[in-house]
Design a protein around this ligand. Structure first.
Ligand SMILES: [Zn+2]
Length: 257
């Protein structure tokens, strides 16, 4: 792997990368977005945090996931067979993507605009900077190539916790000045030298920078009383076919007004 620092990181990624990614998404959606209350009397975040509301919420959900991914609880629940290795693979992958590989989606000179991409960058860049004194994440240059190596997973876990606490405070209090500072400092600007290097290193790969899903279709089978008896699962063949089906059958506005 082009962007992996050493053989340990590669082994963890190969063995646990997929599982770590799935668990992070599940934790992000289920305990991330589902948690996090506003203080009494504070407005909705789209009013208080305005244009930063989405990226703050996505970052907060990511941080909930990251914090609970590196935890023996996952093993107690029977979700993983080695919580530490899964957590390490998750942290490696997150930092690699947040500081390097997601940049393949941007053209040279562009800022980061999309809410999820912004949050992955501000989360990663914030912990990188706050951990610098203790060398928690080390920036390594070898043969003209940049790598990030995590030296201290315990401390990184702690830094994710600190940033989670701060993002929750910002959400609960509706602190616009703080979210503006966080996102503009860590989440928008791209180092042009690093960006050019990443694009150059990525040229050898043909994989698409984005991927999408084709959803299965549940087709009910009715009995004579009009009740659902059973159903079959059908798989549409292409993404385009499914999108055209959705727009034909589920669009809310008529084509002609
Ligand atoms: Zn989300």
């Amino acid at each position: 792997k082009e962007f992996v620092n050493d053989s340990t990181e590669l082994e963890l990624e190969e063995k646990y990368g997929k599982l770590a990614d799935k668990l992070h998404t599940a934790l992000h959606e289920v305990i991330g977005h589902a948690s996090g209350q506003l203080n009494p009397g504070v407005g909705e975040t789209k009013e208080t945090l305005k244009n930063y509301a989405s990226t703050l919420e996505e970052g907060r959900a990511d941080l909930v996931g990251l914090y609970y991914l590196y935890s023996p609880k996952l093993q107690e629940l029977g979700l993983v067979d080695d919580w530490k290795k899964v957590g390490m693979a998750a942290y490696d992958g997150y930092i690699r993507n947040g500081l390097m590989t997601q940049l393949i989606r941007l053209n040279l000179g562009d800022d980061v605009e999309e809410a999820h991409m912004r949050n992955r960058q501000w989360v990663s860049a914030w912990v990188f900077e706050k951990g610098k004194a203790d060398n928690v994440i080390e920036k390594i240059t070898r043969d003209g190539k940049t790598y990030y190596n995590i030296n201290d997973y315990e401390k990184l876990h702690d830094l994710f916790g600190q940033l989670l606490r701060e993002t929750q405070r910002i959400k609960s209090e509706g602190d616009y000045a703080a979210v503006e500072h966080l996102v503009e400092t860590y989440g928008v600007k791209v180092d042009p030298t690093l960006h050019a290097e990443i694009l150059e290193r990525n040229k050898q790969f043909t994989s698409a920078p984005y991927s999408g899903f084709v959803n299965p279709v549940l087709v009910p089978k009715m009995n004579d009383n009009g009740e659902i008896e059973s159903f079959t699962i059908e798989q549409p063949k292409t993404f385009a076919e499914q999108m055209l089906f959705y727009s034909k059958n589920y669009s809310n506005l008529p084509v002609v007004n």
